[in-house]
Design a protein around this ligand. Structure first.
Ligand SMILES: O=C(O)CCC(=O)C(=O)O
Ligand SMILES: [Fe+2]
Length: 351
């Protein structure tokens, strides 16, 4: 059933040096960051095109058609009428910038490495689990934000002092926004509009990931984030206001996406691809770096709880469109997902 996976290697990550520390020391990216396959280098020839993401007008008459069209062609879209004030978005970005500006020692108080063990949450970067893994030029703060009673508050920074409150508020906002989007997405598939939200339940998983991409002296050879899909149902991203860098694969070409300054980007993840029986494909996306600009983003991953079983919605399986994915437990899927993610591979084939 399963394709063989590379054997897990000892976690080398406990000896890590943060990317930001390398960038600040003026260090060129070491060889484990360099993309070896020349055809996969970030700056292809011709260079990627730039285009605005399609806009979905939530709450307007055509919202369902807009969502369907943008998910079928891009797998992502931007929303402007999301109900969050521009000043709140600025605050969220400021908090992210302020955190990464702190001295490394201060940030290490929230390190994801405890007693030389690698944990999923906290300040750090991706775990090295396979030999030859290409590393990404990024540091992040990764926190479980929902269910609330499962938060590991000891990893929630108290510096900057508004971070906890701002993240809490953003979690509540994201819950509302994602439920709204999921109802419209269900309608666009002519399903009961509560199908996705009732499957998620009221206390579904939300992971927050504050991404920081330092300047990189070799943006032509190194990724901020290598090409990947998300393992989520949907992801809500607040991109940097000034620096583009997110690219999506569309019709076989990489496109740098642009958005209005106060828009959120919403992309679907593998869980939606599975539940929609492949009508919507989870988009492959990546992040590039720059030699003279750093970049932040805040991604909120909305997922089914780990114990839930997901599979294609029955209504979307018929003679014309047979079932394309098996039913699987979210927890099992995510395990395969992270293993393959580190190898730059997709997990969806396993489903
Ligand atoms: O930085 C971005 O714009 C996208 C981040 C992303 O794709 C992720 O965190 O999975
Ligand atoms: Fe992503």
């Amino acid at each position: 059933m399963d394709a063989p996976m590379s054997p897990p290697v000892k976690s080398l990550t406990t000896e890590r040096m943060m990317v930001q520390a390398r960038a600040e020391a003026g260090e060129a990216p070491p060889t484990d960051y360099i993309v070896k396959d020349e055809s996969q280098h970030p700056l292809d020839a011709p260079p990627p095109l730039t285009a605005p993401l399609p806009v979905v007008h939530l709450g307007h008459r055509d919202e369902a058609e807009e969502i369907k069209a943008s998910l079928q062609s891009w797998g992502m879209f931007q929303v402007i009428d999301h109900g969050m004030a521009p000043s709140f978005l600025d605050e969220l970005r400021d908090v992210a910038r302020a955190f990464f500006k702190l001295p490394i020692e201060e940030k290490e108080k929230y390190s994801n490495i405890r007693d030389r063990k690698f944990g999923q949450e906290g300040y750090g970067n991706d775990e090295i689990i396979v030999e030859g893994q290409i590393l990404d030029w990024t540091d992040c703060l990764y926190l479980l934000a929902q269910p609330e009673d499962a938060r590991k508050l000891e990893l929630w920074p108290t510096n900057p002092n508004s971070l906890r409150d701002v993240l809490h508020e953003h979690t509540m906002n994201t819950k509302k926004l994602s439920e709204n989007v999921l109802r419209t997405t269900a309608k666009s598939l002519e399903l009961n509009e509560d199908l996705f939200v009732s499957h998620l339940g009221d206390k579904f998983t939300i992971f927050a990931r504050f991404n920081y991409y330092p300047c990189c002296s070799k943006p032509d050879l190194v990724f901020g984030l290598k090409p990947h899909t998300d393992g989520s149902l949907i992801t809500v991203i607040l991109p940097d206001k000034d620096v583009e860098g997110l690219q999506v694969m569309k019709d076989g070409k990489w496109i740098t996406v642009t958005t209005s300054p106060h828009a959120f980007i919403i992309n679907i993840g593998d869980q939606m691809e599975i539940m929609s029986n492949g009508i919507f494909k989870s988009p492959i996306h990546r992040v590039v770096t720059f030699s003279d600009k750093d970049r932040i983003s805040i991604a909120m991953f909305c997922l089914n709880l780990p114990g839930k079983v997901i599979g294609p919605a029955e209504e979307l399986v018929n003679d014309m469109r047979p079932r394309m994915y098996k039913n699987l437990k979210v927890k099992d899927y995510l395990e395969v997902f992270f293993q393959r993610f580190s190898q730059g591979k997709r997990a969806i084939d396993w489903a």
